[in-house]
Design a binder for this molecule. Structure first.
Ligand code: UT7
Length: 323
């Protein structure tokens, strides 16, 4: 009997410090009005000095494990989607594994920038449904504030720090009762690297670099490519927009989200949006939003949930799961 990869728990963590639009307007030539109207963002969380991506990931993982009713020793796969690792190596996932006291299985990172969680979900699903691993911690965690140019108003107002985690288990079809990841679709087009990238790296400048973005061009690509990914995943799964209960998008810009909603004939009340209070947390945004929907009772077991993201690369993708 075939296996399904089922989400049994989710958890989140946001750093304590909040940076508002008004705070940013004191640093760069911007305003609360411009940021809210163009992006939907009001404030974002910023990691404290000495608080690392792995710390955010561990806090979110503990919450996810608690919801799932597992202890760290039940986990045999840790995958972290991040663009802001603690160190160049080892993988942040290995650091998380050690901090949680997990002695079993494997741990590795996935780098697909803001699409990282979709890439990681698709990867973990294959590891679990192949039978190679039994229970996974799938984490999106970022300290994006560390790679922002705080003088560049076009990018520094957009991003925030945070982490979200899923506990996933390989279950036999009958046990899963229709739950689990149903389909996923990943794409990238490296020719578009100049639209969104970091101007530094280990092999080039030996520095971490800063985010550079042609926001307007990324915006125009986003609605088209995200919609195409969602339509592809829905077609693969044999479902229509009407069947979808909840839409959990990557939280880059409220206007992108609304553009996709309109293009695919979804209803605005199906969207789980956390952008106002968190900004764009890159690979962490999808599990942060998903978990917000679970915690406030909107996403219930059995609901059909569409996830999507687009980010640097360009990379993009979508996934459909039954909660
Ligand atoms: O998660 C990864 C994927 N990332 C995204 O999906 C981000 C996609 N892009 C966006 O969300 C939007 O393009 C932005 C929010 C980044 C920018 O919004 P926009 O409506 O595309 O503005 P724009 O870049 O066309 O700039 C319009 C104006 C410009 O001024 P001029 O040339 O018209 O005088 C900018 O210099 O707004 C100016 N501007 C700002 N003004 C005040 C740019 N940033 C700011 C700012 N405050 N923070």
């Amino acid at each position: 009997m075939s296996l399904k990869a089922v989400v049994l728990g989710c958890g989140t963590y946001l750093p304590e410090r909040v940076l508002t639009n008004d705070d940013l307007a004191k640093r760069v030539d911007t305003s609360d009005k411009w940021i809210r109207e163009r992006t939907g963002i009001r404030e974002r969380h910023i990691a404290a000095e000495g608080e690392f991506t792995s710390d955010l990931a561990v806090a979110a993982s503990r919450n996810a494990l608690e919801m799932a009713g597992f202890s760290p020793s039940d986990i045999d796969l840790v995958v972290v989607a991040t663009t802001t690792p603690d160190l160049t190596f080892p993988a942040t996932a290995a650091i998380v594994q050690a901090k949680l006291g997990i002695e079993n299985g494997a741990a590795f990172d996935i780098q697909a920038v803001c699409s990282g969680f979709i890439y990681a979900l698709s990867t973990v699903e294959k590891f679990l449904t192949s039978g190679q691993h039994k229970r996974a911690l799938l984490i999106g965690a970022e300290t994006f504030s560390r790679i922002l140019d705080w003088e560049d108003r076009a990018t520094c107002v957009l991003f925030g720090d945070g982490a979200g985690a899923f506990v996933m288990e390989a279950q036999k079809e009958a046990q899963a009762q229709g739950r689990g990841v149903i389909a996923s679709y990943l794409r990238s087009d490296g020719r578009l690297v100049d639209l969104l990238y970091v101007d530094g790296g280990v092999s080039t400048t030996k520095t971490a670099g800063h985010v550079r973005m042609q926001g307007n061009r990324v915006f125009r690509e986003a609605v088209v490519r995200i919609s195409e990914a969602m339509e592809t995943v829905a077609r693969q799964a044999g479902v229509s927009a009407n069947d979808i209960d909840w839409f959990v998008p990557h939280q880059a810009n409220e206007r992108i989200i609304q553009g996709v909603v309109k293009k695919l004939d979804l209803r605005p009340d199906q969207v789980i949006s956390t952008i106002a209070g968190q900004g764009n947390t890159s690979a962490a945004s999808i599990p942060l939003a998903y978990c917000a929907g679970v915690n406030d009772g909107r996403i219930k077991p059995g609901d059909l949930v569409m996830l999507e993201a687009m980010g640097g690369g360009l990379t993009w993708g979508a996934a459909l799961l039954r909660a």
